[in-house]
Ligand binder design. Structure first.
Ligand SMILES: Cc1cc2nc3c(=O)[nH]c(=O)nc-3n(C[C@H](O)[C@H](O)[C@H](O)COP(=O)(O)OP(=O)(O)OC[C@H]3O[C@@H](n4cnc5c(N)ncnc54)[C@H](O)[C@@H]3O)c2cc1C
Length: 301
């Protein structure tokens, strides 16, 4: 693949171009081979030119946030990985109850900002280790809250690489799904509509939820969070446990003994190890309970 045009664009904008970058360093699973090119554009024009170049030259590309919901193949990715980095992480107040967050801002930063301004509504997101863009894409949620409850609108690059604005309704946010799952839009920033609250109460709620995470989730191991979506009327972790798969291991990948909904990297897990665990879990749970579990984590290969 000839990446000389990408080279030229990056040189023009003074953006570093990384070759053969190991994607294991960009994902919370710490799994994944090298990509041909990895770039972290620091402005929208640069991002737009890179995307345009990829599309024109049939170069595969992938938009990566904090990589906390992605499993990357050991063969890596023959294309360009565009990281929505901290260059896009501004968070600001738009009005008394509205904050605007660039897509690369971490949820940790956004939650801290909301708390600082005594704004309630985002407590559920405290502890989800992703970016705002990734969270909107996934309609991330926890403990009874989800992005759908607080996202008012977003700015994004459409298929013609124009900056557009979309309302919450147009985002079609539903359980771990959004309009972004079905097209090639790039989320640039999200507006969250929150409510005035009590700072001490917000702080207490965030601490309580973080404590729940620490006690229930295997945060001491690399993972991509819940491996499977919650099936209607049940929990993936319960079904996996009933099937006797707690601790089920293939190579370095294991169904967490602490939380059966998580597949963890116990050390040196490969893409294939994780996929074998996922496939075995799906097969056994289906045979035992008739429920076909659906993967929540995204695959990049
Ligand atoms: C320990 C742990 C706990 C977790 N707990 C939760 C939880 O409670 N609830 C929950 O919902 N999730 C949870 N997750 C999963 C993950 O953190 C969320 O899905 C998160 O929102 C993903 O954000 P990200 O920036 O890491 O996205 P990535 O993993 O980088 O990307 C996810 C998807 O979004 C796309 N994407 C990312 N940014 C953009 C953008 N700007 N424009 C367009 N597309 C984009 C990517 O192409 C990819 O398809 C957990 C993960 C871990 C490791």
């Amino acid at each position: 693949m000839n990446y000389s045009e990408i080279d030229r664009i990056c040189e023009k904008y003074g953006v570093e171009i990384l070759r053969d970058e190991p994607l294991s360093e960009y994902t919370s699973f710490q799994i994944g081979g090298k990509c041909d090119i990895l770039v972290k554009p620091d402005n929208v024009d640069c991002m737009r030119e890179i995307l345009e170049c990829c599309r024109k030259n049939d170069i595969k590309y992938y938009i990566l946030g904090k990589g906390s919901n992605v499993l990357v193949s050991d063969n890596g990715f023959r294309g360009v990985v565009i990281v929505i980095s901290s260059a896009f992480s501004d968070v600001r107040l738009e009005d008394d109850e509205c904050i605007y967050c660039e897509a690369g801002a971490s949820l940790a930063k956004v939650c801290a900002f909301a708390k600082e301004h005594s704004l309630t509504g985002l407590e559920f997101a405290y502890g989800i280790p992703g970016s705002v863009g990734g969270a909107l894409f996934m309609n991330a949620g926890a403990y009874g809250g989800e992005m759908k409850d607080v996202a008012e609108s977003c700015d994004y690059l459409n298929e013609n690489l124009e900056i557009k604005n979309m309302t919450a309704e147009e985002m079609m946010l539903s359980y771990r799904h959004s309009v972004f799952s079905e097209n090639s839009y790039v989320i640039l920033g999200v507006r969250f509509r929150l409510c005035k609250g009590d700072k001490a109460e917000i702080t207490a709620k965030m601490s309580e939820l973080m404590e729940k995470r620490r006690s229930k989730q295997p945060l001491e191991y690399p993972s991509a969070g819940s491996t499977f979506k919650r099936p209607e009327g049940d929990f993936a972790a319960r079904l996996i446990e009933v099937s006797g798969l707690k601790g089920f291991t293939c190579g370095g990948a294991q169904v967490s003994e602490k939380h059966s909904g998580f597949v963890i990297n116990r050390g040196g897990a490969t893409f294939n190890d994780v996929m074998k665990v996922i496939d075995a879990v799906k097969e056994k749970v289906y045979a035992d309970s008739g429920v076909m579990l659906e993967r929540e984590i995204e695959i990049l290969e």
